[in-house]
Design a protein. Structure first.
Length: 635
């Protein structure tokens, strides 16, 4: 039986705060992030700051001392995973172009190898992608990967040697239009996800073993209710799936592979999709599900984990506490803790003699004090057609309801994503400069069910924009906002929304900040055709618009065609090596702004892609944003 060892916190007196938080404090690199524990529980790996870049560090848990394994000075290391007790795999790209290479190194820094090289040139060939399918825990020298080296659109499966440079051999050729693979608990590839553009369907194919023929388990029309595989059970006969066939929200079910039918419900939430199944190799069973409600939520099925979570939450009562990593025997837990005012910090909890012991691992941003930050509250409001929109609202730390404050409307990117509750340096930047910040999970945002997701199909320039305007109206009714100091800031699809809002509703805004945003939908989809797989292009045609059948709609929804409507300054920010939104979009917008004599500022970096990742560029970006918004900043 676990006994709770609760550590009391010393109360910190409230500190009045009125000065803006320095840009460098908010946007410099974190000290350490992404702690992952080794399978044997003796070491943790993390990304740490060195020479203004994220590099790979390993901590010996016995000594507590970190060892830096890489010395990257140009690009950031990312995406670390333990392949075995002694070997770590990490990813890295070139200046944000997202042609990620894959690398391996021993925990002591020995035998560094390039498994997949990065691609430096920004050519017009389709992206080459290598992804891990299975770490093959019983084989420390190999992993299974999918790669489109042979077929640009449909990846094959390879056995990759992680001890030697660029060594892999094909073990399964794509039988046709498979876009994703899944292995069973023995490392055998037994599930494939098929995308058929011609028939506009998705299918799940299955085989009983590696010698059996493939057969279809199910076929679904695209954009319709379906189920997706989540994990195999250890019996090899049961599949756990995420399904929305019977309700609008995804739930976790069993699927009987012998009977070829969906079985019992494991978990479901009435309001939110739940698809993040946590499967335990140690318990040989699903032990929980993680999903996003208003705040990140973990539902444990395993009683011991439920008790452990309760002890952790009682120990750290002011934060969301997520168990992010466990060794094979699940005797230790790397916990990531955060809140709206607290940047993430990491703690190791260990089961020792029936008690849960706590060892701090590190703060990502220990120089930032929670008591100086502004709180973020979950909100809901009704769109004009009655659809419920969830979002978040942040008021400045020193907000006085008797005095007007400015407002930043902050639509998220994607749009097939969603905003979550937590610490966001961009929000704290604006809030500490006297602005409230409004975020909204407009229709097409993920996590709220299929109806909410599909409600945005081909509605980029219409209903999805009305959701933003209706949110702005909610903010004006619920806070003392100065309507002459309303700006809009967003990246990617959020940048598209910036330009859609200032061209459709210029009277509502005083300025716009467009980060890597689309302005011409037709040209953007043409760009996708050059870069993305056929399955992805088909998705964009269905959800944004077809370049032939919907040409008129794409032109109608493209802000570039309404630049003359803009009556306030726009800040355009982009990376030359952006693989998602072409730099041509920013150049097109700049030319149109000049043609129509519109006020604008311009920041483009040749060594960045879809958003600025490098510390010096990120700091410069927000120093210039600070100057740009100064006419509307009143503290």
């Amino acid at each position: 039986m676990l006994r709770a060892h609760i550590i009391a916190f010393i109360a910190i007196p409230f500190l009045a705060f009125s000065k803006p938080i320095p840009v460098e404090d908010l946007f410099r690199n974190s000290e350490f992030v992404g702690f992952q524990i080794s399978p044997d529980g003796t070491h943790v790996a993390a990304l740490g700051e060195w020479e203004d870049r994220y590099n790979l560090f390993v901590f010996n848990l016995e000594t507590g001392q970190p060892r830096r394994l890489t010395e990257m000075k140009r690009n950031n290391v990312g995406g670390i995973v333990w392949a075995s007790n002694d070997r770590i795999i990490y990813r890295m790209d070139e200046d944000g172009n997202e042609t990620f290479g894959m690398f391996a190194i021993d925990k002591d820094g020995g035998n560094p190898q390039i498994l997949v090289p990065t691609v430096q040139s920004q050519s017009k060939i389709k992206l080459r992608i290598t992804s891990i399918i299975d770490l093959l825990e019983d084989d420390p020298d190999h992993i299974l990967v999918s790669s489109n080296d042979k077929h640009q659109d449909y990846p094959d499966v390879y056995l990759m040697n992680i001890q030697k440079e660029q060594r892999k051999k094909i073990v399964l050729s794509n039988p046709g239009k498979v876009v994703g693979w899944m292995t069973d608990q023995e490392g055998n590839v037994r599930i494939g996800i098929v995308s058929d553009q011609a028939s506009k369907t998705d299918s799940i194919i299955y085989r009983e073993n590696e010698k059996a023929d493939w057969e279809k388990l199910a076929t679904f029309p695209k954009n319709s209710p379906n189920w997706l595989p989540a994990a195999f059970d250890h019996d090899g006969k049961t599949l756990y799936i995420a399904s929305n066939l019977t309700t609008d929200k995804r739930g976790i079910y069993k699927y009987d592979l012998e009977k070829r039918e969906i079985g019992s419900l494991i978990f479901e939430d009435d309001e939110y999709d739940s698809s993040g199944l946590i499967y335990s190799d140690y318990r040989k069973a699903p032990i929980g599900v993680r999903y996003s409600k208003e705040k990140a939520t973990t539902k444990w099925f395993d009683e011991e984990k439920e008790v452990i979570q309760e002890i952790i939450d009682n120990t750290l009562p002011d934060t969301i506490n997520l168990i992010n990593s466990m060794p094979d025997d699940e005797s230790k837990f790397v916990v990531a803790s955060f809140s709206d005012v607290q940047p993430v910090f990491y703690t190791l909890f260990s089961i020792e003699n029936g008690s849960l012991q706590r060892t701090p691992l590190g703060f990502s941003r220990k120089w930032q004090k929670p008591e100086t930050m502004a709180n973020t509250q979950p909100i809901t409001y009704q769109a004009r057609d009655g659809l419920t929109i969830h979002g978040y609202f942040t008021l400045p730390k020193d907000y006085n309801p008797k005095k007007k404050c400015g407002l930043i409307v902050y639509p998220h990117g994607g749009p097939w994503a969603r905003d979550n509750w937590g610490f966001d340096p961009s929000i704290q930047f604006f809030a500490s400069r006297g602005f409230a910040v409004l975020q909204m999970n407009f229709r097409c945002s993920e996590g709220y069910g299929l109806e909410h997701l599909n409600a945005g199909n081909k509605k980029w320039g219409e209903e999805m924009q009305y959701d933003v305007v209706d949110g702005l109206k909610w903010a004006l009714e619920n806070a003392n906002i100065d309507e002459k100091r309303v700006g809009i800031y967003g990246g990617s699809y959020g940048g598209y929304t910036v330009m859609s809002q200032v061209t459709q509703f210029p009277e509502l805004y005083s300025f716009g900040i467009n980060v890597v945003g689309v302005v011409d939908l037709y040209e953007q989809i043409e760009f996708y055709k050059e870069r993305d797989r056929d399955e992805a292009v088909d998705f964009y045609h269905r959800t944004i618009g077809h370049t032939k059948e919907d040409r008129e709609l794409l032109e109608k929804h493209s802000p570039i065609n309404y630049i003359e409507n803009i009556d306030d300054p726009i800040f355009i920010i982009h990376g030359v090596r952006d693989p998602r939104v072409s730099i041509a979009q920013a150049r097109m917008l700049r030319a149109a702004m000049k043609k129509h004599g519109k006020k604008h500022e311009w920041l483009v970096k040749t060594d960045e892609g879809h958003g600025f990742r490098k510390e010096e560029n990120r700091i410069e970006e927000f120093e210039k944003i600070e100057k740009f918004i100064k006419p509307w900043t009143k503290l």
